[in-house]
Design a protein around this ligand. Structure first.
Ligand SMILES: Nc1ncnc2c1ncn2[C@@H]1O[C@H](COP(=O)(O)OP(=O)(O)OP(=O)(O)O)[C@@H](O)[C@H]1O
Length: 482
């Protein structure tokens, strides 16, 4: 059986030639690139091991808001699709093959699509400053607990319009201004600092990993068994277990509600985070009623007061109609900002997303080309774990929940409970990746399913004769709590 995420990721694209070249960018120009999925034939001589290396020789350059340091060699791994942008001009030295390798020139800075995002960032900074000033004037009086947070911004639009890139850029620019915003994603197709199939949020107060294929939103930014290139972030994660929201809308809504509560709790506890506000990424939407309901649910749960609609006049008009008389929980009007679809967004087909998912799982446990991780291995008895799954095991991403316990759950505890069912441990589970829930095995199934995720483990081996499982975890202690 192939190992999702843990086995070899097979080459799927033909290799192209590898060269070292110098690229000169004038202010506001972009270098768009795509690193192929396959390794080049001359892999042994390629310092990037199938990736592309970039060195900033002079000037300034950034990837989605995070700056590159001069003369540092950055390696962009296979399957990375992105761009480097300069505001002041830059000279780049690029080594390795690219499937797409293109300089985009703008005669005048105003033509750059990035200018809109930059202006949006400056407007958000003004709102953050206003939130901080209001908090300062209230400090010491009894209303402190009810302080209104800084801007809560949601980015939405159709598929492949650059939503995540805008969220990433806004988050990176805010941290460059010493802000510490919360960044959240309710799009289960891609994980934010977590494996795909999750919804999550984290405080971004430090620089992001430029080399991460996901631009700093990938699992390399979370605690692991090895050193990290950048300070790690600690996400709050909930496990949805499906790729698309419409596969289980009620569960998605419940989990988004939980995440919204976590965000409110963080705002209440941390003044710096509260003043910086929230940037929220959303699943791809259309003007269909079901999609509108999904977006409105997110707006409600996160008390969103600014909605950026990327490239869709239809979604903008529909949201405008439905939000016309609405106010946030803090009594604010909800402002809609239509923005043109980002130019140059790379297409990502099913194969691309499958590779991305499997690479994320592999990286979570074993690291990547530049950082090898040694996951913790432990052997546990079948009797010491409880594994649950969604009743419908035929969906592409069945929910699998795992929890070490002092004993098996009560025999018929889950009768008449459709939310989850205990899974019988068998050799078939070898190489499954499971979410470890922060819940007690005696909790009701709904509570377990909506519990925060502590992390993920992989089943390396199932020994049915000895009734033991060998499990891998990225950090010591994960999965050993009772
Ligand atoms: N201007 C650009 N030039 C090159 N690549 C880009 C550009 N903008 C975005 N990309 C890349 O295109 C891909 C898709 O972008 P992004 O994830 O931001 O879109 P999305 O709307 O969130 O997609 P989805 O609907 O699938 O969630 C990413 O790999 C991103 O790095």
């Amino acid at each position: 059986m192939s190992i999702p995420g843990l086995g070899q990721i097979a080459p799927t694209q033909p290799a192209t030639s590898s060269t070292t070249r110098t690229i000169t960018l004038r202010p506001f120009w972009e270098w768009r690139f795509e690193v192929p999925r396959s390794s080049p034939a001359n892999n042994a001589t390629n310092p990037a091991s199938g990736g592309v290396t970039v060195r900033l020789l002079s000037g300034t350059a950034e990837r989605d808001g995070t700056e590159l340091a001069q003369n540092h060699v950055y390696t962009f791994p296979r399957n990375t699709r992105s761009k480097l942008l300069t505001y002041n001009g830059a000279t780049l030295e690029v080594t390795g093959e690219c499937a797409v390798d293109r300089v985009v020139e703008y005669a005048r800075p105003e033509e750059s699509p990035e200018l809109v995002v930059l202006n949006l960032h400056f407007a958000l900074q003004d709102l953050r400053a206003a939130a901080a000033a209001a908090a300062g004037s209230q400090r010491g009086n009894a209303r402190n607990g009810a302080r209104v947070p800084g801007p809560r911004v949601m980015v939405c639009g159709e598929s492949g319009v650059g939503k995540t890139s805008v969220v990433r850029t806004l988050a990176a620019l805010a941290t460059r201004g010493a802000g510490q915003p919360l960044v959240a994603s309710v799009d289960p197709r891609e994980g934010l600092l977590a494996l795909p199939g999750t919804v999550s949020a984290a405080v971004f107060g430090t620089v992001m990993d430029v080399e991460d294929p996901a631009g700093g939103f990938g699992v390399s930014g979370t605690p692991s068994s090895g050193p990290s290139a950048v300070p790690v972030k600690l996400p709050m994660v909930y496990y949805f277990g499906r790729e698309k929201v419409d596969e289980d809308v009620p569960l998605w809504k419940d989990l988004v509600g939980k995440l919204g509560s976590s965000v409110r709790a963080k705002f209440a506890a941390d003044e710096t985070v509260r003043e910086a506000g929230l940037v929220l990424d959303t699943p791809a939407a259309t003007i269909a009623k079901a999609d509108m309901d999904v977006l409105l649910h997110a707006i409600n749960e996160f008390a969103i007061n600014i909605v950026v609609v990327l490239g869709s006049a239809g979604i903008h008009a529909e949201l405008q109609r439905r939000l016309e008389n609405e106010r946030t929980a803090h009594g604010e009007i909800i402002t809609l900002i239509p923005v043109d679809k980002a130019e140059g967004v790379a297409e990502r087909d099913r194969d691309f997303m499958k590779f991305t998912r499997e690479a994320a799982i592999k990286e979570y446990f074993f690291g990547d080309a530049k950082r090898t991780l040694s996951p913790f291995t432990q052997s546990v008895s079948f009797d010491d774990v409880a594994i649950f799954k969604a009743p419908d095991g035929t969906t592409p991403h069945p929910v699998q929940l795992w929890r070490v316990t002092n004993g098996p759950p009560d025999g018929d505890y889950y009768e008449n409970q459709p939310a989850l069912e205990p899974a019988e441990i068998s050799a078939e589970m070898s190489h499954w990746t499971l979410a470890v829930m922060n819940a007690s095995v005696n909790d009701p199934p709904e509570t377990i399913r909506q519990a925060p995720v502590m992390g993920f483990v992989a089943i390396a081996d199932v020994d049915e004769d000895r009734r033991r499982l060998k499990i891998l975890s990225p950090a010591d202690g994960l999965g050993t709590v009772a």
